[in-house]
Design a protein around this ligand. Structure first.
Ligand code: DX5
Ligand code: ZN
Length: 221
């Protein structure tokens, strides 16, 4: 049995001046998850927001906060992000040297744990951690910016990860982030992904309830 499809809209493409309204609109449209792209200006060139912004919006939203940390040495900030209200906390394998310790710490703090891999990073980086993970995020663009083109070679990577998890952690989520659209979501679902991040292809096409339906219908094709 595969996991049901989940769409996690990336706030990176939302209106930062109206984050509270955007979260309310997502909830009203039937979304369950929202994706927070945290960037530090080191691991990736951009800078976005940090724990205080997430915390101030946590009180106003029941959405599942899916937090994608694009920061160097994320182990320094795990407690702050969990305290701010992260439900799922994702760290890049490339940014955390003692990855098992980082994952254990996320779970000890009470959040779900995700490890993220850049497009070129081999799956072997997470192989031994699969039994302990709630999600692996396969980046399908180089992180740092919204609106980039999907890298086609990550399709095979998703399929290989789906095969790897089958024996050890079948309910683990496989998330894909970058260039996801209604045109590639069916293929991504067939290859084994179940949680889809979408920034520009979601927020640029309101109303959000109809856009959610477009993605969900396309995923069944
Ligand atoms: C990229 C971010 C993504 C981004 C996706 O660094 O991790 O979450 O917002 O944007 P789109 O869907 O426009 O590629
Ligand atoms: Zn992201």
């Amino acid at each position: 049995m595969s996991n049901p499809v989940i769409l996690s809209p990336s706030l990176l493409s939302s209106d930062f001046g109206r984050l509270a309204e955007e979260l309310a609109a997502l909830e009203a449209a039937g979304l369950k998850w929202v994706h927070w792209d945290v960037m530090d200006g080191h691991f990736v060139p951009n800078i976005t927001f940090g724990p205080p912004v997430i915390k101030s919006l946590r009180e106003r939203s029941k959405l599942f906060f899916d937090v994608h940390l694009m920061i160097e040495k994320p182990e320094r900030y795990l407690a702050e992000f969990v305290d701010a209200g992260a439900d799922m906390l994702g760290v890049h394998a490339e940014a955390s040297v003692h990855l098992e310790r980082t994952v254990s710490e996320i779970k000890r703090l009470g959040a779900k744990a995700c490890v993220t891999l850049n497009p070129h990073t081999p799956l072997s980086m997470v192989e031994y951690l699969l039994p302990d993970l709630d999600m692996v995020l396969i980046m399908s663009v180089n992180p740092g910016f919204g609106g980039q083109k999907f890298l086609d070679f990550t399709m095979d990577k998703i399929e290989q990860l789906a095969a790897m998890k089958a024996g050890v952690n079948p309910s683990m989520h496989i998330q894909v982030d970058g260039g996801v659209t209604p045109d590639n979501i069916a293929e991504l679902t067939r290859r084994g992904a179940d949680v889809f991040v979408s920034g520009s292809a979601f927020f640029n096409y309101p109303p959000y309830d109809q856009r959610l339906k477009t993605f969900m219908d396309a995923a069944q094709d």
